[in-house]
Design a protein around this ligand. Structure first.
Ligand code: CUK
Ligand code: CUA
Length: 622
């Protein structure tokens, strides 16, 4: 049993209550140690050689811009999927298609992954994600674990809370964390309340084209919109998001955005909003269809909530939404049914910016306030109807019954959990079994690597009455949200199928050729163990000769239709690398601006003769 010495110092600097909270949490460690179990913790996380994990965990890479894939329960990292930032190892952001997709950005901040859903359950086909850093959204194909499309979302700044999808992936909503003037034009901050907006965007996904589209946007008041979730079943047409800084402060938000006792949950009916757009009740703003709630009524309501909330999560039965207090030490359970009734009866307590405010009392179901639990952020669910809420400040997970408010168990985590993720824990059918706590600060869990410690993920067995931490692993910065899906729901391809319609693809060495069009040179080549062929008629088929200043396109097809035989392609001193997976065609284009002789080689070890898989790029001086 590990012995934890809580280190309050610095961890929750500024939170006076931190020490008290730790003092409260510590005794339960003893309870955990004496919680005898037939299987040891080591056995529970051990996946024997030759066997596979039961779940995939897709973990947000935060400000790395990437997505990390783990297996659960082994907690082994299997793959990094580059999404919003380049990845030199796979050549993502180097090859022509992914470079275009990244649009010149070399950084992203991926907070929330969301797996596509059918009837409120993960279908394992796609994963969506948003970039808070550069206001983008992306879609990852889960048959190849590759990013297929990235879209820039205008009129918005820092789409944080999403991606969250509706129960049949009709929409993907991106509410914004920062309010900005529409189109991000210059406006003095003194004009904040009148000229700034917090825009929420509704995106659709065209599966056959694997393309994201912006369907419409809503110009919400200039507040910060934080987390959000879509309804399920009886609340399936609705979605909720939390707001803060309804004070509309423009400086020192730490103090000024926490003045008012209440902020709001935004409750909206996305079907009604879509109908409004159909009926032309919108204005065109920078090419987008923008609904202005102060001009067109309907579809959006405000629910008062304890100040500066963070997460809001819909229960698996779709009946309630739970707001986590962040600053208020409680979880507030709201009833959709009550909200619908209040809307029907027009039982409003006024409005803000034209949006009706529902009465807190007419929507709230209960407030749950576990003793000394501080900083509730996010809630997940299991298969038995229990909720699990992360407590950032008191560093624990609280298990509770959202139908009765009864607190059932608490387990300390090390330290400061943001989100947690349970197996399919935000769907209509959570699996129970496992919960992973995504911790912001590890504090001495691992060998020292200097002043900044790695983050951690802690695997918690939630199958029994008592939660039990069974493993702790280091995590790359920075786990925000994650999604855990049953492994048998993911169907990956073994090789890329031949695509006769792709003009860049060459499937036979005898079809390889180099075509010149003015100063553009197109190389249609193949890679196969263990040689490149760029022009089969040439004296040296594995070398390319161009003139200085030529725009060179290398279209390379991996004709090893054999699982896991991936080739790479790099040109020495040209700062270029790309990858071609089995059966895949990929293009790299560059200006041959440096004259000289440059070896080219395969970067991915592919056979015993991998070292021999080389050639030359000869650039003839002008
Ligand atoms: S946020 Cu990071 S802890 Cu981006 Cu989901 Cu709450
Ligand atoms: Cu091909 Cu190494």
């Amino acid at each position: 049993m590990k012995k934890w010495i809580p280190i309050a110092t610095g961890l929750a600097a500024g939170f006076v209550a931190a020490t008290i909270a730790f003092a409260n949490v510590s005794p339960s460690l003893t309870t955990q140690a004496s919680n005898s179990n037939t299987k040891s913790d080591a056995e529970k996380v051990y996946v024997p050689y030759g066997q596979k994990d039961e779940y995939y965990l897709f973990d947000s890479g935060g400000h790395s811009g990437q997505l990390f894939v783990y297996g659960v329960p082994s907690m082994r990292e299997i793959r990094t999927i580059p999404v919003f930032s380049p990845d030199p190892a796979t050549g993502y952001g180097f090859d022509t298609a992914s470079k275009k997709m990244l649009g010149g950005y070399t950084w992203g901040d991926l907070h929330h992954p969301a797996i596509s859903e059918t009837n409120g359950n993960y279908n394992g086909k796609y994963l969506f994600a948003t970039d808070v850093g550069n206001s983008r959204a992306a879609v990852v194909n889960l048959s190849s674990f590759t990013t297929k499309d990235i879209i820039n979302v205008p009129n918005t700044s820092g789409p944080h809370c999403a991606a969250f999808v509706t129960q049949n992936t009709e929409y993907l909503f991106l509410p914004t964390r920062f309010a900005v003037p529409l189109g991000q034009e210059y406006q003095p901050l003194d004009q904040y309340s009148t000229k700034y907006r917090g825009v929420m965007s509704a995106l659709t996904f065209n599966e056959s084209k694997e393309k994201l589209n912006i369907a419409y946007q809503v110009a919400l008041p200039p507040w910060s919109y934080d987390l959000s979730d879509a309804g399920k079943k009886s609340s399936g047409d609705w979605a909720v998001l939390t707001s803060y800084n309804t004070e509309e402060a423009t400086t020192t938000l730490e103090i000024n955005a926490s003045q008012a006792d209440r902020d709001y949950i935004v409750l909206f009916n996305w079907k009604e909003l879509a109908q409004m757009v159909k009926d032309g009740k919108y204005e065109e703003v920078n090419g987008q269809k923008m609904i202005f709630p102060e001009k067109e009524k309907g579809g959006i309501y405000l629910v008062p909530v304890a100040k500066s909330p963070h997460g809001v999560d819909v229960t698996p039965d779709g009946k309630y939404f739970i707001a986590s207090g962040k600053l208020a030490p409680m979880m507030t359970v709201f009833s959709f049914e009550k909200a619908f009734k209040a809307i029907e009866n027009k039982d409003f307590a006024g409005e803000r910016n034209g949006i009706p405010i529902l009465k807190y009392k007419s929507v709230v179901e209960r407030e749950v306030n576990p003793e000394n639990a501080l900083g509730p952020l996010h809630t997940q669910f299991d298969d038995k109807g229990y909720a699990y809420t992360t407590m950032f400040i008191s560093s624990e997970i609280v298990k509770w019954n959202y139908k009765t408010g009864e607190v059932l168990d608490r387990v300390p985590v090390q330290y400061a959990p943001g989100h947690s993720v349970a197996a399919e824990g935000d769907t209509a059918s959570p699996q129970g079994k496992y919960l992973v706590s995504l911790n912001k600060m590890s504090k001495d869990n691992f060998l020292s690597v200097g002043p900044s410690h790695p983050e951690t993920m802690q695997l918690i067995d939630i199958s029994g009455k008592k939660m039990r931490v069974i493993d702790t692993v280091p995590a790359n910065p920075e786990p925000h949200y994650a999604q855990m899906i049953r492994a048998d729901k993911i169907h990956t391809i073994n090789v890329y199928p031949k695509d006769p319609s792709n003009p860049d693809a060459v499937y036979k060495q005898t079809d390889t050729r180099i075509v010149r069009k003015g100063n553009e040179v197109h190389v249609y080549g193949t890679a196969v163990r263990s040689r490149f062929t760029f022009d089969h008629t040439a004296k040296r088929p594995d070398s390319i000769e161009v003139n200085q200043g030529d725009h060179v396109f290398i279209h390379l097809t991996n004709i090893d239709f054999d699982e896991d035989i991936t080739h790479g392609f790099a040109i020495n001193s040209y700062n270029l690398n790309m990858e071609v997976q089995p059966g895949q065609t990929n293009t790299l284009d560059f200006i041959a601006d440096k004259a000289g002789t440059y070896p080219l080689y395969c970067t991915n070890f592919c056979s015993a003769l991998h070292q021999e898989m080389t050639g030359y790029l000869l650039v003839k001086p002008k």
